[in-house]
Design a binder for this molecule. Sequence first.
Ligand code: GLU
Length: 497
Amino acid sequence: MMSEQKPVRVRFAPSPTGHLHLGGARTALYDFLLARQTGGQFILRIEDTDRKRYVAGAEEEICAGLRWLGLEYDEGPDVGGPCGPYRQSERKEIHQEYAQRLVKEGHAYYCFCSPERLSKVREEQQRQKLNPRYDGTCRNLAPSEALRRVNEGEPYTVRFRTPKDGVTRTTDLLRGEIAVDNSSLDDIILVKSDGYAVYHLAATVDDHLMQITHVIRGSEWLSTLPVHALIHRAFGWDEPVWVHLSVFLKPSGKGKMSKREAADLAKDGYSIFIKDFEALGYLPEAVNNWIALMGWSYDDRTEFFSMYDLIEKFNLEKLTPSPAAINFTKLDHFNGLHIRALQPGDLARRIKPYYQREGYVTDDDTLLKIAPIVQEHIVTLDEVVEKAGFFFKDSVVPVAEDLVAKGLTARQSAEIARKAYHLLSQFSEMKADVIEPPMRKLVEELGLTAGQVFGILRVAVTGQKVSPPLFESMEIVGRERVLARIQRAINLLEAMG
Ligand code: GLU
């Protein structure tokens, strides 16, 4: 659905320094929604100019994570596009060219201070309880002198000539005007001595060259927003719309999640890393629905959103800057909702890998029959193995004590099982709607409760005290295996005395 809004160009610009996490995924989701809604483009740009923090494989994980979530990007390192390359390390010369332009126009300068000197300056400032910042030694070098030293091969960085006086004002869509005294800003490095641009320059230049209309990112970048605005202005470029999203807090709502806490989540079957969600049994639809509402709401009431709904309803106006606590109970809730919203055939296809990874040999017909009867009962897809693994087993091994019905002895329970066996064996097929009425009649004749009689059969046939609906389950397990399993239960009960 196309809105009235002009087509946007938005980018998700992760650094390949670790796993794609919920915060990044939410940014990418909002980018994607806005692009689809307005008929614009969603771009993936890999910000890998910090070569020391580069993690091999991280880029692939980001791409795979976005695809799993269904956030297909229109331009990116592995799909190309008109504004490439989309990996910043491959744009080194472009960034240098723009840095030269700033130097030429007096907005930046070469700095020859050694790291040793800089750290001495910093220590001294710390000793004096001053904010650490560059002391300006090279700021006023004559341009000809600086150029001579560059040409002689002296190592250098390029620094931004931040205005010393006045106030820089810019606007964040969620927070309104952001103003900062220029005197509090540092002459940040734009190009490092290894020739790579730092994030601030690379992102600004690339946002301009890629014609980005809205910069959506985490609020950790709010503090450097004035510097980004100044760099845009130094080039004479218009700024994009700035959107800094709310932060995610740990489930307790107290503070951000530490690396250790994030790793500990696995013990409870949770994670903040997108790569883990599939194995944990979550649907991408549910994850998208969940993170969409961590920082945005539609009408404070509606909670179920398909991707289609999100594309239609998402709007920047309803974003909130308030922090959101990561609530995994909510994720489970959404996962259940989205599982129930699937077509059974779709659910059958999605549960298959969970059986297979546990070594079960499945067949598609059976999966199709299982899907509708587990649909109401699972919260995560992996639960099918525990709750409905018995369908694919040759035999089950119940705990003998579990076969004894409430209020009855083992001997009495065996007698009931024998009667049920006798009744069921008269049918050539185990059709749920055919066998259920006579089985209920048997319960009545025995003067017992359905819970007592069917409880024995449930444990016998499924090996579990809790299972999907009994008669539907028996139909899927099939006559031969049902009878064999009840026979085994009779034997176990008889052996108990
Ligand atoms: N590379 C930055 C990050 O990973 C991107 C910030 C931005 O979107 O400008 O956080």
